[in-house]
Design a binder for this molecule. Structure first.
Ligand code: ADP
Ligand code: MG
Length: 711
């Protein structure tokens, strides 16, 4: 038998941590709690920061007011209560030059964390107290149990006091791993030349450098390489998937030059924008081809996505197929239904069953609220191919209904519409075309990660007739608020209309509806007395909702007091004022969506955000919305403020694998990784010459990937 080659990630993952001598059952359980189960987990549990022993401050040289890191041993520690009853822990630490007093308030656990003899880094500001130098509530990183010998640069690991896994333990375990793996080293998925060209270190050096750096440059370069690995793996998977889909021949060749789409466009009360035309062209090209469409349609609120989506659905209908429009919530589905029905009212399709040879396009709505009899009727119609377009929630696709001939599906989504869901749409032998619409724009890099396997169409240009919106953040003072209500009244007197958006209420939709009802009564009695107010919330029956909307649309109501159900779909150009109560509790994109209801052509508009932000994040959000009305820009800001995990959900494909990589910060690396992925797959489409890379991509994407690399 030959000598075994370098260790692959798959091999590393196959060895449980319990194989390390230092890991007994108790530590094994603790490690499992922080998701470290095997050697690979351990190696990919990267340090959070590093301390440089060569840059430490000598206690002897500290002055009051300095901010410093000292490396010192705990000589004495005790916990007690102050005369005021506060829990206090006081320690004396010594670094060879002098003693320093370290004090913790309300951190009784420090006594247990820092027993005498512990060596730790203490970072904080030094002050002069009780005739001595003192550090109060410093950041503490435990470095050594006495006798452990670490290098000049000490890594500090994310640790969990609760799970009782400490940084010094992790450091020891990782050291043991690196020792054990040294003879074989780590398998290299990328060509040496490719690494060389980009100044990237090899993987063996990277794992060593990130855990045991000898100089600062070591961990920086290691992180750069490991980040590149993360993004390349992901991009290879996405590009491979995209190409595999493009090669499928199971799609429908739709008849794109038909009378239905033409009469739809010519019947619109406006001309399409350039971007709409381009997006529709791109979609029609996909629809005509035999590879199924997998396209993402992005556009800011109000950019006119609906018309584009309906064009795609009508292509299906004019060729005798059916279209489905799926929304993430019932309210959204209902709104899509109302809008679509309005826009499609006059259209007919050819039919042999009628004397005139045509019948109206039949659009149906199907949500959880649809009654049983109605459901059956629609399901039958879909099965028989008599329903042309069905609008519903995503539940539609979970096997509930059977389409006679589904041709195009439009998915309006908030989250990733996965490969699995897409597979469910597959009909008998023919695969419907899929257009994914996002309610809010996604920054370019993020789209490359989350939708890297889709083609993209963008609506950047807004339809004409948008009017500027002035956004103001209004604090809790009654005076300021009065200004907002006065502006509202002035506008109503001038014949305009307004929205008041009620706070999000924790709990059920019912409590939210109740709160909105109370707010309506309060406003009617106080600030907005004398105006014609209407109420809209998710608990109203569909018919009542429609009646309220109609009244508002026709101008019979001055003010619509509503929950976020107005977020999407409501379209009343005459509305020029919006007040959002408790605005700091809304997300950035949600506020932007809400604000999109005004500035629709009725004249200069005002959006007042009633807010009392209690966190820096909330404050940043308010500032961002007040500062811009560009949805693409706001999406970038949102990503910066909240991070990708929050915006897209940690579980989104791809993000779970990002341990070092972060967007938007690492945008240049993502772009580079994309180019590299394309280059590799150009030369080696099945990755037959890149077995190691292929294995890693397969492990990343799981079962869904099988079809990708078939030759
Ligand atoms: P989105 O879904 O992207 O937020 P909508 O499709 O709801 O936007 O369109 C917003 C409004 O703009 C609607 O009233 C729609 O009828 C109108 N609209 C769409 N395209 C145009 C256009 N080319 N010119 C003028 N108005 C348009
Ligand atoms: Mg819309």
């Amino acid at each position: 038998m030959g000598r075994p080659g370098p260790l692959t990630l798959r091999e590393l993952a196959a060895h449980p941590v319990s194989e390390l001598r230092a890991v007994g059952p108790k530590l094994e359980a603790s490690l499992a709690e922080v998701e470290i189960r095997n050697i690979l987990d351990l190696l990919q549990h990267y340090p959070r920061r590093y301390h440089d022993r060569t840059k430490r401050a000598e206690i002897e040289e500290l002055k009051a007011g300095d901010e410093a890191t000292v490396f010192a041993e705990v000589k004495k520690i005790r916990g007690f209560r102050t005369r005021q009853g506060r829990a206090m822990v006081e320690a004396e630490v010594f670094d060879g030059s002098s003693y320093l007093r370290v004090v913790f308030f309300n951190q009784r656990w420090r006594e247990k964390q820092l027993p005498e003899g512990t060596e730790a880094a203490f970072f904080g500001r030094v002050e002069y107290r009780r005739s001595r130098l003192q550090m109060t509530n410093p950041i503490v990183d435990i470095l050594d149990r006495v006798g452990e010998n670490t290098g000049a640069i000490v890594p500090v690991y994310p640790q969990s006091g609760k799970a009782e896994v400490f940084t010094w333990q992790l450091r020891k375990l990782v050291a043991a791993c690196l020792q054990k793996t040294k003879p074989r080293g780590f398998a290299e998925p990328l060509d040496p030349q490719l690494l060389d060209d980009r100044g990237l270190v090899d993987r063996t050096r990277a794992y060593r450098g990130i855990h045991r750096p000898e100089a600062h440059d070591d961990h920086r370069r290691a992180a750069e390489r490991l980040k590149f690995d993360e993004f390349v793996r992901m991009q290879v998977g996405l590009v491979a998937r995209k190409r595999a889909l493009e090669q499928e021949q199971t799609g429908i060749r739709h008849a794109v030059d038909g009378p239905l789409v033409e009469s739809f466009h010519s019947g619109l009360p406006f001309a399409l924008t350039g971007d709409q035309k381009r997006a529709i062209d791109e979609i029609l090209r996909d629809l005509a081809a035999s590879a199924p469409m997998h396209r993402l349609l992005q556009g800011d609120v109000g950019s006119g996505k609906t018309v584009v989506a309906l064009s795609a659905l009508l292509v299906a209908v004019q060729g005798g197929y059916q279209g489905a429009l799926m929304a993430p919530t019932e309210v959204l589905a209902e709104q899509h239904y109302l809008t679509s029905r309005g826009l499609l009212e006059e259209l007919s399709v050819a039919s042999e069953a009628t004397l005139v040879g045509e019948r109206p396009v039949r659009v149906e709505l199907m949500t959880n609220r649809t009654g049983a009899a109605e459901r059956r009727r629609i399901a039958d119609g879909l099965h028989a191919g008599e329903v042309d377009i069905v609008v519903g929630t995503h539940a539609l696709i979970y096997g509930e209904v059977e389409f006679g001939r589904l041709g195009v599906a439009v998915v309006d989504e908030q989250h990733r519409f996965g490969v699995e869901q897409r597979a469910l749409l597959r009909g008998m032998g023919e695969e419907p075309d899929v257009l994914v619409m996002t309610a809010t724009p996604i920054p370019r890099t993020a789209a490359m990660l989350v939708y890297g396997d889709l083609d993209k169409s963008e609506l950047r240009e807004m339809p004409p007739g948008r009017t500027p919106v002035t956004t103001e953040v209004i604090g809790p003072s009654p005076m300021e608020r009065t200004t907002a209500y006065e502006r509202l009244r002035t506008e109503v007197e001038a014949g305009r209309q307004a929205y008041v958006v009620c706070p999000l209420v924790e709990g059920s939709a019912r409590t939210e509806a109740k709160a909105a009802t109370e707010e309506l009564e309060r406003l009617g009695a106080e600030e907005l007395a004398g105006l014609r107010l209407g109420l809209l919330h998710g608990q109203l029956p569909a018919r009542e909702k429609e009646a309220v909307m109609d009244a508002f649309r026709s101008g019979a109501l001055d003010v619509l007091v509503a929950t976020t159900v107005i977020e999407v779909g409501v379209d009343v150009p005459n509305a020029t004022v919006m007040i959002v109560e408790d605005a700091d509790r809304f997300g950035l994109s949600q506020l932007h969506q809400l604000r999109g209801r005004i500035g629709r052509g009725g004249g200069e508009s005002w959006c007042f955000l009633f807010a009392d932000p209690s966190t820096p994040e909330a404050e940043a959000r308010m500032e961002a919305v007040a500062g811009s009305t560009d949805g693409f820009l706001l999406a970038e800001r949102d990503l910066e403020i909240r991070g990708a995990g929050e915006v897209f959900g940690e579980r989104q494909a791809g993000f779970s694998d990002l341990k070092l990589g972060r967007i938007p910060r690492d945008e240049p690396i993502v772009l580079e990784a994309r180019a590299v992925a394309e280059h590799i797959l150009d030369g080696d489409p099945t990755l037959s010459d890149h077995a190691q890379l292929r294995e890693e991509v397969e492990d990343l994407l799981g079962d869904a990937v099988e079809f990708l690399f078939k030759s």
